[in-house]
Design a protein around this ligand. Structure first.
Ligand SMILES: Cc1cc2nc3c(=O)[nH]c(=O)nc-3n(C[C@H](O)[C@H](O)[C@H](O)COP(=O)(O)O)c2cc1C
Length: 192
């Protein structure tokens, strides 16, 4: 980063790192951690592949199985945190987000059509993800029962409400919070 005192440059860089993360499988930004809350208020975290980033609408797109625990949690409470740490870039990003769930919509059909065959297989499993089984491989794929997995596919859209940036530098760490008002952002500097 050329100037880690310039909020506009920092904010642009945050979004370009995330955009790069969609395409670059080796980037830390490709697989953020999504944190949600269970009904008993315990935190639940998991890795998800970042599928799309839209800087204008300030959204990220993720894919999942409708039957998974996280979907139940999002139905009850759409508030979430998305976390990424890139050792290479000495950067931690935390995105306070509001999640929405999408099935039976054009955006879901498009996402499904563009998914690779290998990714589709995950959704063809007969038993719900997280179900207890008696032996390690006690599950089966039944594409004929679930339209090749499409019946179980769901799109999660995260609308970013607040972004927190932490940059580690031997010249002095920097930490800032970005909040949003329509297209505008406001920066608040924080003690790192
Ligand atoms: C590298 C990596 C990428 C993953 N990508 C996804 C993904 O894109 N969608 C998904 O639902 N689960 C993905 N998973 C599995 C989740 O981390 C998680 O185990 C699963 O979705 C069940 O989560 P839940 O029980 O909290 O719903 C991925 C796991 C790893 C390790």
């Amino acid at each position: 980063m050329k100037n880690f005192n310039d909020p506009l440059e920092i904010h642009n860089q945050i979004w370009s790192f995330m955009e790069k993360g969609v395409k670059d499988r080796n980037s830390a930004f490709h697989t953020p951690t999504l944190i949600t809350l269970e009904d008993d208020n315990n935190a639940a975290a998991r890795t998800l592949v970042l599928r799309e980033v839209n800087k204008n609408s300030r959204t990220f797109r993720f894919h999942s199985d409708q039957r998974s625990k996280k979907i139940e949690q999002v139905h009850s409470n759409p508030n979430a945190l998305i976390h990424v740490y890139s050792q290479e870039d000495k950067l931690q990003l935390r995105f306070k987000s509001k999640l929405s769930l999408h099935i039976n919509e054009v955006l879901v059909d498009e996402a499904w059509e563009k998914s690779y065959g290998m990714s589709k297989i995950c959704y063809q499993v007969d038993e719900s993800p997280g179900s207890q089984i008696n032996i390690p491989d006690g599950y089966q794929f039944t594409p004929e029962k679930n339209h090749e997995g499409k019946d179980n596919f769901i799109v999660i859209i995260a609308k970013i409400i607040e972004t927190e940036w932490l940059y580690l530098s031997c010249d002095g760490h920097r930490r800032a919070k970005f909040t949003y008002d329509n297209e505008e952002f406001k920066v608040t500097w924080l003690v790192p």
